[in-house]
Design a protein around this ligand. Structure first.
Ligand code: KG4
Ligand code: ZN
Length: 358
């Protein structure tokens, strides 16, 4: 008889300490029994960014409590779980090690299967926590460390069709917030202040907009924001205008590049399944959600977004990816090591660095 699968997920790749219990129903849908996320915003706020050693120490201090709370809230014990999944990369090694080691220890002592999850696969599959989605689908993954268009053919089967050649989109939001002194974390701050500004006030560059397929670039935009931010000093109105104009420029870039990605997806998949999924921390931005939703509908794609609570880093997406890999027998030994770099598409060309020709 088929049985519901229940997994413990653990996530410590960056500045969120998270644990979750997720169950897969017999119809393949997900039930999140608990999802605990402890953000370290307070600890990193005064530095305006993440300090790796501080983040790692904070994971060590919190992880046991967070895992116990996830089990308690879900009302399950170790005997009732079918496996343990922990993020093994990409990310800061000192941080990854904390969650990975405790995950391996629990799996070892409880004699449960263990899955080392790619954090990006967690984001890529996260919209399925609230939606039934059929493969293949086009994915835009926009987070603090990555900005990519991928064709998700199946679990563990990804084709990258576009990526950033310099900064990630979340990074561009964070740096803009820092330059304008809007607060940390940057993305939500820029979104909040953009609402009070004139989005057409500044004309900002849209790098590589008419070339390089659906690859992305944000460095030139960041430099333009830096130049303008130095001119406006503490003028609030202009600050808000610059935040609004930055966000509007991002929307224009994403619209143009997503259209290119739609075409490539259609050509490569022979229009099998027109689904457009958006995931990652930046997918929480309401203005980006609205603009991409409209674009998808105009182009006969069904738009699906991660729920806001599963856009940013969380462990429910790790538990879910763990269940999906377990079903394909993609299990790991307990000697698996963390990886700082771990692309979803192993064949994809590395796009950063000097000498890049577009
Ligand atoms: O996925 P995530 O939590 O962590 C990584 O895997 O990187 O993404 C974090 C990024 C940060 O750069 C943060 O500023 C950005 O997502 N972000 C946002 C918003 N909320 C978070 N960017 C724009 N608008 C938002 N509302
Ligand atoms: Zn993430």
């Amino acid at each position: 008889m088929e049985k519901k699968l229940t997994f413990l997920g653990i996530e410590t790749s960056c500045d969120e300490t998270a644990a979750s219990i997720v169950q897969e129903n017999l119809d393949g849908s997900a039930k999140v029994l608990s999802s605990i996320v402890s953000s370290q915003i307070k600890e990193h706020e005064k530095f305006g960014g993440i300090v790796p050693e501080l983040a790692a120490r904070s994971h060590v201090e919190n992880i046991e409590f967070i895992i116990s709370k996830a089990l308690k809230d879900a009302k399950v014990n170790f005997d009732q779980i079918d496996g343990v999944a922990a993020t093994a990369g990409p990310g800061l090694i000192v941080c990854l090690t904390v969650g990975l080691n405790i995950g391996k220890a629990i799996a070892g002592f409880a004699e449960k299967p263990f899955v080392a999850v790619n954090h990006l696969e967690g984001h890529a599959l996260s919209p399925a926590l609230n939606n039934k989605i059929k493969f293949p689908y086009l994915l835009l993954l926009i987070s603090g460390g990555h900005s990519q268009y991928l064709i998700v053919n199946d679990v563990n089967d990804y084709k990258q069709i576009g990526t950033t050649i310099d900064d990630a989109l979340g990074e561009a939001f964070d740096k803009t917030a820092k330059m304008l002194n809007l607060g940390y974390p940057g993305g939500p701050a820029v979104e909040k202040f953009a609402k009070q500004g004139d989005k057409n006030f500044y004309k900002l560059p849209q790098p590589i907009i008419n070339k390089a397929g659906c690859n992305l670039s944000f460095a030139g935009l960041k430099t333009a924001v830096l130049i303008q931010s130095k001119k406006i000093k503490d003028n609030k109105k202009l600050k808000f205008n610059l935040a609004a104009s930055f966000q509007e420029t991002i929307n224009k870039i994403l619209k143009k590049k997503t259209k290119v990605a739609f075409q490539e997806f259609n050509e490569l998949t022979k229009k099998k399944n027109n689904i457009f999924v958006v995931a990652g921390g930046v997918a929480a931005n309401q203005s980006i959600r609205k603009s991409l939703k409209d674009l998808a509908e105009e182009n006969n794609f069904k738009p699906i977004f991660s729920e806001i609570e599963f856009c940013g880093d969380n462990a429910a997406m790790i538990a879910w990816a763990g269940i999906q890999r377990y079903k394909k027998r993609l299990l790991n030994d307990l000697n698996v090591e963390p990886k700082s770099r771990w692309p979803l598409d192993k064949e994809a060309q590395y796009m950063k660095g000097p000498g890049l020709k577009l």
